[in-house]
Structures are given as structure tokens and as C-alpha cells.
Design a protein around this ligand. Sequence first.
Ligand SMILES: [Zn+2]
Length: 310
Amino acid sequence: MILDCHSHIASFKYFPVEFFRGWSDTIKRTLPYTISDSQSKKLDLLFDGLMDDSECERLTIEMDEAGITKSVLLVIDFGIVYKKYEDDIEEIHKNHVELMSKNEKFVSFSGVDPRRGKEGIDLFEKAVKKWGFKGLKLYPPCGYSPSDSSLDPYYEICSSMGLPVLVHIGPTSAALPFKYSQPIEVDSAAHRFPKVNFIMGHAGVTQYKEAALLAQYRPNIYLDISGFQGELSHGHFGKIMEWNISKGLSKRLLFGTDWPIHRFFGKQKKWVEAVKDLERKKLISKLDLENIMYNNLNQILFSEVEHESK
Ligand SMILES: [Zn+2]
């Protein structure tokens, strides 16, 4: 069985076009050749095509092909940075509730920008207590630190209910600042709220050693390996995973896809097989693989006993 800790609904209802363009422009700029304006426009259309799955139908098919049992759909609150989304946050949550009610393959994490003040806290509380959201997703590139005290009320709720917090770490769309997406930004919150499990999105990517160091010394920090699809073709992925395992992090690594961001890389099955290859090549053990693919997230999300004993 496989659990995906990191995915999103693929639709411009949830991702601002400007955000998406910032990301696709980075990809275009880092191509080894210069592209013409018309090629650039064609690429934009191709990128836009990734956002064609507002009902998660394609995602469900790819999950089935890949053997992924459940995926966590993460809400990102872009509404403070991109004002046209400001009033949509409650509706965005409700759309996720509807999807979860129709398809038991999905669970969701609420997403609220802490600068929404009391209204934001109330929305988060309703999301987890009434609507069944299983955690909190934070997006620090929107302009706040995950250790900012304005998030303390959210973490208190997470602490009392045994809910995890998934924090984006590392670079993102060039449209947003990266200042608060360093691994160390999670440390103060994780230190002050030891009962809350913090999942570092993308395991630090380019700063994977710093992320691993924090996970090694903080028992409530986990690493989500979505985003390493890009490292696969360069041969870095196996080395990074070996590094993490060598630091004793077998029980802290979580499989993730970050659907739909890496759809160009290939289908979900390709990514699942790439992770399974680590075991086939003896870079990780069978138990490591089972921990990464299922056991660790299952423990965080579905093990009541673990929450009570902490
Ligand atoms: Zn993501």
C-alpha cells in the first residue's frame, strides 16, 4: 500500500495563473537553449494543460495505475498575496470537502494564511473539527515564517487534536519571495510545539542536508520527498536518499508526488517505481521502503494511540 502525503487539485481555481507563470518561466530560463516567443507561448499552453483536472479524475486513474491507496490534497491559501483569491478560501475548503465525500481515496489538509487573523483561525478550526480536514498546510513563500507567533493558535489546535503541519520548504515560483522557505524557519515552531508533527515539504530539496539535520535532532520533524523527481534525471536522488537513511531517518521520510507540478516528469507510476528502485538497487532496505511509502504517514495520520502517548 502507498500513501501520497503531498498533492493538490489540478485547477486554476486553486493556483493563480501568475504563480504558475513564475514557475514555468523558471523552467524555460533553465533550458539549455534559447526559445522563441512562439515556442514560449506553446510551452505556456502545455503548462496550462497540467491544470485540467478539477475533479481529480485523472489523478484517480494515475493513483490506481501506480498503486497509491490514498493521497493528501493540500489547500494553499494564496488569498493574501493574490487578492482575487481572498474571498474564495472558504469555498476552496468546501470544494475539497465535496471531493473527499465523493472519493475515499482523498484526505485534505486545510490551508490558511495566518495574516487572516481571527477569521482565519475560526476557518481552520471549522475545517478540522467540522469538515474532517486532517492537518494544516502552510506556504511561507506567501510572506510569513512558519515560526511566526501568529500561527501559535493554529499549532495549539493541531497539538490538542494530533494533527500534522506540512510546510513548503525550498524555492518555488519566481513570482514569490523565498526568504521564509528555508528549513531552519520551521525549527522554532517545532521546538515550541513538540506534540505537533511538522512535515518539511520537499525534504529541503536543494538544502536537503540542513533539512535532514533538523529531522535528525527534532523528533517531530518529517521529510516529504515530493519534488525530487527533478533530481532523478541527474542521478542525485539515490544519493540524497542514501544520505537521509544514513542519518537514521527511515521513520521520518514520507512519499509524496506534489501532483500536478511534476506531470511533465511522467505519470505517478514512474515516480513510484523510481522510489521502489532504491530498494532494488539496495540503496535502502525493504523496511525503509515500507516506512517511506506507507508506515510513516499512516502513523502520523491514522494512529490514535501514537497521538495519545506523546
Ligand atoms: Zn505542493
